[in-house]
Design a protein around this ligand. Structure first.
Ligand code: G6P
Length: 610
């Protein structure tokens, strides 16, 4: 969701900015643009659609300039149009790119209009450009003007600003939206994400809330929210360029589905021995802290929320700890009752989801005494994010960079981390040992499921002309059915809903006829016989069933029912293993329908606005 790249160098930066934008495409966007400072002027180019459309426009006449800012926009205020695309400029002197939402832009806009500024877009961002211009006045203190501007803003922002009169200086600042500073040799960069700058540097400063950076090719200075000069550590990233590229795969999503066995292995290794699961792998104090946990609240959005819903079954049935799971966008606006010794857990692949972050901040605001939480734990796939920095404890999912907007390996590694957490809270040593044994087999289980890929590709052809689909599951497989429906919706634009199979007769059965495909997940567990009865209810109404079932479940393909035999997996691993065929199904349906698999319409990978 909105991507920023900026550079101050001693070479032309247009190719660096364009490559950076390409590497941010995965975040989701609908238009792109860049501005270069050159020869005492600002040169702005924007285009609706893909970064390639911007690149095509620039290819007609490559622009010189050693200082520049660029942006991919995901529309919030104002429709998708070239006029609303960033950068926004003021009096051909100031150019700004912005990620986030300025909540008080309307009164600011009215004031600026009174002052004579002319607006050419419907965005909230344009006020920033004019405010910087008005604060700059006759001075040459661009950083001071940016600071004065952000002091007037309410809302979330990451900003990069350049001025025609300062041909080497880029000023950037953040509050509530991510921004990293890339440190090169004789050149400096900013971006929303490390991945954008990997071709030009491996050294980064992760800017903190309120930080403002002033950079030229020769140096950078950081001021904190109080305006005081601060030193921030420059860290070398472990991320490789190849990890952020498609390789031989047609889509990132398929690559990421296939990376799951390795991602899962990397997530448990070092945390689980042959007979135990170690809380100390989180941190030294985590072990003592987890011993005092009597309840858990899990808060997340989207796919991450589905992982939380599965964990509730595990935490209650195995560790016997009461667990409540809630959407962050709901949780943050109600007045939750916090039980004693309750651990607050957030789940997020990006670590920057605005609602999840706001929920964490709310949870922390309750303090640690009566009515507050014992501690906060973030389960996250990205290091150095707002969520990981602001949580007491962090359990990383080592999935590696996930570029496809539809989350796959981040989800299954979240599930594994939640299984690890369950094991850490499990007080019975024999049960912990059994769980540790299961976890050792997770990568192998997923590897075997991937062998069904061809069969699922063929199956997907039957969905291409469908408009709707129902997904069914019971127990911990119910949230997996929800995740399967979400994947299909996200990338193939097919309307899909998930139901706990026992709920079928309470409404959705009315939808079932020969045009309604019904997909069910049926591993061998305590719910299997109940699920089979629910499937009979569908068959009796002429519904077409597609069942991913344990090879030993006793279900066979026949009239109206197609059964795909899943390899037998341990009950605890079933939610992870059965997610994979649903990911593959959504992927192949989307490919067959010709949709944009990795960047589905209207969606963003990192949702940094409310
Ligand atoms: C976006 C992504 C989803 C993700 C959700 C929550 O909508 O497209 O894939 O599940 O945000 O993101 P998070 O980073 O907090 O897991």
């Amino acid at each position: 969701m909105c991507g920023i790249v900026g550079a101050s160098a001693q070479r032309d930066v247009e190719p660096i900015l364009l490559e950076g934008l390409r590497r941010l495409e995965y975040r989701g966007y609908d238009s792109a643009g860049l501005a270069l400072v050159h020869d005492g002027g600002l040169d702005r180019t924007r285009a609706v659609g893909k970064v390639q459309a911007l690149a095509d426009r620039l290819a007609e006449a490559p622009r010189p300039g050693t200082l520049g800012i660029a942006h991919t926009r995901w529309a919030t205020h104002g429709g998708v149009s070239e006029a609303n695309a960033h950068p926004h400029v003021s009096t051909d002197r100031i150019a700004v790119v912005h990620n986030g939402i300025i909540e008080n832009f309307e009164p600011l806009r009215a004031r600026l209009v009174d002052e004579g500024y002319e607006f050419t877009s419907q965005t909230d961002t344009e006020v920033i450009a004019h405010l910087v211009e008005s604060h700059l006045g006759d001075s040459d203190d661009l950083a001071g003007a940016v600071r004065a501007t952000v002091n007037e803003l309410h809302g979330a922002y990451a900003l990069a600003v350049v001025c025609r009169d300062a041909p080497q200086t880029l000023v950037a600042t953040r509050s509530g939206s991510p921004l990293v500073l890339g440190v090169g040799i004789g050149e400096h960069f900013v971006a929303s994400d490390v991945a954008a700058l990997l071709p030009v540097t491996r050294n980064f400063v992760y800017l903190e809330e309120g930080d403002l950076v002033i950079m030229t090719p020769a140096r950078f200075d950081i001021l904190d929210g109080e305006g005081q000069a601060v030193e921030r550590e420059v860290k070398e990233t472990g991320l490789s360029i190849s990890a952020t590229e498609k390789g031989n795969y047609r889509h990132f999503m398929l690559k990421e589905i296939y990376e799951q066995p390795r991602a899962l292995a990397e997530t448990w290794q070092g945390r689980v021995s042959t007979d135990d699961i170690f809380a100390s792998s989180i941190s030294a104090e985590a072990k003592t802290l987890l011993e005092g946990v009597d309840a858990i609240h899990i808060v997340a959005c989207g796919t991450s929320h589905h992982a939380g819903l599965v964990a509730r079954y595990w935490l209650e049935s195995m560790a016997r700890i009461p667990c409540n799971v809630e959407l962050a966008s709901e949780y943050r606006y109600r007045d939750p009752v916090v039980p004693k010794n309750c651990l607050f857990v957030t789940l997020s692949q990006s670590g920057e989801t605005a609602d999840t972050l706001a929920a964490l901040r709310y949870a922390k605001s309750l303090g640690t005494g009566d009515g507050g939480y014992l501690a906060t734990l973030a389960i996250c796939n990205k290091p150095e994010t707002s969520l990981t920095r602001e949580s007491d404890l962090v359990l990383m999912t080592h999935a590696g960079p996930e570029i496809g907007v539809a989350s796959t390996k981040a989800f299954t590694t979240q599930l594994l981390c939640l299984l690890l957490l369950t094991g850490m809270l499990e007080r019975d040593a024999a049960d912990r040992r059994a769980l540790a044994g299961d976890i050792h087999r997770v990568a192998d289980a997923v590897e075997r499921v991937l062998e069904l890929d061809d069969a699922i590709r063929k199956l997907a052809e039957e969905f291409v002309d469908k408009d709707h689909a129902l997904f069914l599951g019971r127990g911990p497989m119910y949230p997996i059915a929800m995740e399967g429906a979400l994947k299909l919706k996200e990338i193939s634009y097919l309307h899909a809903e998930a139901y706990a199979a026992g709920e079928l007769k309470h409404g959705p059965l009315a939808l079932v006829d020969e045009k309604m495909p019904v997909i069910a997940v049926a591993p061998k567990n305590d719910w299997l016989e109940k699920v089979k009865s629910n499937l009979q209810e569908v068959r009796a109404r002429g519904g077409k069933l597609y069942v991913f079932a344990d090879a030993e479940a006793g279900l066979d393909t026949g009239p109206g029912i197609t059964v795909l035999d899943m390899p037998h997996v341990e009950e605890t691993l079933a939610p992870i293993a059965y997610t994979v065929p649903l990911q593959l199904l959504a992927y192949h349906v989307a490919v067959a329908k010709g949709t944009d698999v990795d960047q589905p319409r209207n969606l963003a990978k990192s949702v940094t606005v409310e």
